[in-house]
Design a protein around this ligand. Structure first.
Ligand code: ZN
Length: 198
């Protein structure tokens, strides 16, 4: 069914392939964009390209940054002996927004999921173990409370405990299956403060 021109269809198709964007939102966005002034659309596309080209993983914690070492890892004010392990950069941002966590992070970029065929080698786990060879006193596991997040937490604690580093898990004030980024700051802080040693 060809309701619109081929070029509009193409744009709708591209937009609807983005996470969280259904066909309806995609067509709304497409029509909005083609009616915007050209320089506005240019700024948007340039911002996307610029981000794509210049953003990479921090060499320490693997969060997304446009510097070699992200501002958190290079800050002298942070406690570099405490590492909070999160699934992705959005979760890191959620904890950063509370402004109360003083340690550093490690971003796994995923979680172990036998169902989806994602194993320990598919996330930044080796990189975490490498960091633990340094001076680290506690690893706080803040993966999501989904099945994958819990599986990853269990795997991590089994891996880290023999190294002799304290491992803790954030409290389960975080609803099951809930993404950290959707949880309010008070709940996040409570989960952090109520963490239990594994
Ligand atoms: Zn970093």
């Amino acid at each position: 069914m060809d309701l619109y021109s081929g070029k509009i269809n193409k744009l709708i198709e591209e937009l609807s392939s983005l996470p969280g964007i259904g066909t309806k939102s995609a067509s709304r966005l497409a029509f909005y964009l083609v009616n915007e002034p050209e320089d506005r659309v240019k700024r948007l596309t340039e911002a996307i390209l610029d981000a794509r080209e210049n953003i990479h993983y921090c060499k320490e914690c693997f969060t997304l940054t446009d510097e070699e070492i992200c501002p958190i890892c290079s800050s002298l004010k942070r406690d570099h002996k405490t590492i909070m392990v999160v699934e992705n950069t959005r979760d890191l941002a959620a904890y950063e927004k509370t402004g109360r966590y003083e340690g550093v992070y490690h971003v796994l970029h995923g979680a172990i999921s036998p169902m989806l065929g994602i194993g320990p080698n598919d996330i930044k786990l080796k990189e975490l173990m490498k960091r633990l060879e340094g001076d680290v006193s506690e690893v706080i596991i803040a993966t999501n409370s989904s099945l994958e997040g819990e599986t990853t937490a269990m795997y991590l604690s089994k891996l880290i405990k023999p190294v002799g580093i304290k491992v803790s898990r954030i409290a389960s004030g975080v609803p099951v299956g809930g993404d950290l980024e959707n949880i309010d700051e008070v709940t996040l802080l409570r989960a952090l403060e109520g963490r239990t040693e594994l």
